[in-house]
Write a protein that binds this ligand. Sequence first.
Ligand code: PLP
Length: 366
Amino acid sequence: MKLHMVDVVGQYQKIKSEVDAAVHKVIDSGQFILGKEVGELECQIAGYLGAKYAVGCASGTDALQIAMMALGIGPGDEVITTPFTFVATAETIALLGAKPVYVDIDPKTFNIDPTRIEAAITSKTKAIIPVHLYGQAVDMDPIMDIARRKGLKIIEDSAQALGASYKGRKVCTFGDIGCISFFPSKNLGAFGDAGMVVCNDPALNEKLRMIIAHGSKVRYHHEVVGVNSRLDTLQAAILLVKLRHLDNWNNARGKFATRYNELLSGAPVTAPYISPVGTHIFHQYTIRAPKRDALADHMKGKGIPHAIYYPIPLHLQKAFLTAGNKRGDFPVTEKACDEVLSLPMHTELNEEQQSFIAQAVKNFYA
Ligand SMILES: Cc1ncc(COP(=O)(O)O)c(C=O)c1O
């Protein structure tokens, strides 16, 4: 049985004619940079999320960097985030000369634990970056409350959660700026790198728009120091096609998750928790598994793809080993790093494949 962790080609085959037509239209137009599809996608993503503005950029990593640049975060500032995330969240903080300050996670949702945030705030704290990990909404109300009381900015790392909501409202719209990744394996994935920043403030929108284009509104007039991080037209055209399918795809992932839960019942693994205050779009289906590394080896032996997001917490990564970070600093995260295992999750899964995967997990523990 041929199994994939993510099946971007299988998904493409189902919408091939729509995608191919959109791609050829862009090629025929010759408008490869900031063609009309970029503006259309920005409008449609803003509309989909219920936000006022969206600005395309070159990746989710750039989205985070550009968001922090627009909010004036730089040397001497501290930014609070989770140590249990993809490196980009902390890397961009460090790249701007600021310091990532970590707060441990909630053991059930794997998201930043809002009850621990206040203790990490200092006079240097400028912003908090909650990450909606694996596609599950962060508990935003307490975080927004802290931000209001302490005068902090919020940047939502929504790279893994496009379409998830919190208390009926789409994530990515609660903070000052929301960041999206369209990396190919994401629930809405481009055919290359792409990203977007989302906001409701017209002045911020203008600033974000300048930053992505070398700090200029008018060509060769540079008002601020910017970067070259435009979303390219071909990717926008592909994403416009795929956006029409996103809700169906997210629903399909939800059904596959429910089926995994059923198939795995009885095995000594912990299925993903779904918080009652938000939705989960299952970018990843991630279990906690006893003897995780041995289970991973067993799966490998059976030819079953799987992944560990993430094996090393950010505070223990070599690149961020500053100021005496050590094992034991964030025990909930460290335990998660030792126990999590993500099973294949994508729109092209089928029942037979899921049964095979779940049976392999059960056999390991039998
Ligand atoms: C939580 C998180 N933040 C940021 C990123 C960065 O996005 P990109 O790969 O598009 O740069 C990713 C994805 O890869 C991610 O999962």
